[in-house]
Ligand binder design. Sequence first.
Ligand code: NAD
Length: 296
Amino acid sequence: MASIAFIGLGNMGGPMAKNLVAAGHDVTVFDLVPEACADLAQAGAAVAASAAEAATGKEYVVSMLPAGKHVAQLYLGDSGLLAQLDSSVTLLDCSTIDAATAREVGEAAAALNIGFMDTPVSGGVAAAAAGTLAFMCGGSAATFERAKPVLAGMGKNIFHAGPAGAGQVAKGCNNMLLAIHMLGTCEALEMGARNGLDPKVLSEIMLASSGRNWSLEVYNPWPGVMENAPASKDYKPGFMVDLMVKDLGLALEIAEASGVENQLGKLAGERFREHQGAGNGRRDFSSILQLLQEEA
Ligand code: NAD
């Protein structure tokens, strides 16, 4: 079992760190919020007074932070972890951040011969708690091999997407596609309903036909069609509109930096921002159906 520092114990990081404790690892945690640390102490983790204290002497550092600026602050600069750790450590950043910052940290780590991977996740709070997250990893093959046993304590599908930043690019591609097929599914169901079709029957038809997709299969956006989907629970998340807007913004940064037009991705970004602006940021992203219905 490994010695692991875990930094960032929010909605995702808290349950992920608990799963590492439950898997038998020696886990030391740090978060700016003392209550989050106290919760992990109850689960059996040691608590440090700073990220540097948590990380010193550990085999792994795992971070789960809000955005690129927090990740840059944790790892880079005179007071960052890279300046304080040696090459025996492996750094795994599970946060969803811009690919440019992930590459910058990866390259700074490589220059010091320290293994770093961007390892963003797919799956929300429920998957974090159940230990069933998917990890998309960007870094060297050697770092990926070292990362696998630790990531396996928090998830079940672990992919090596490519070099530093590739995990964030994979996440951006996936979530942009998710936004597009959710919007497309809502448009199809709304059009059918306005023409007198029962959305449940139409869903069954499309599931057995070439319109089949994940939104239709496991996350139907029409209330009542699928008992356990957020749509049938007043759009309680699930995956919040705020997070979808964040992820679409990151995906479009990737598109712009690589000269890809992505008209559908841009349109999805506009639609989800519009929905967010109407006060729906903390609702499940499948509530985008209501934006279409309000335009009736
Ligand atoms: P959150 O806001 O609940 O948690 C972030 C935690 O980081 C907070 O506890 C905060 O105090 C802590 N933190 C911030 N700066 C810190 C620092 N310098 N040192 C130590 N701790 C610090 O966010 P979350 O929902 O857990 O999401 C974390 C990341 O996971 C984000 O990048 C998000 O986009 C991504 N993500 C979230 C979900 C989801 O469904 N919530 C799903 C997939 C990916």
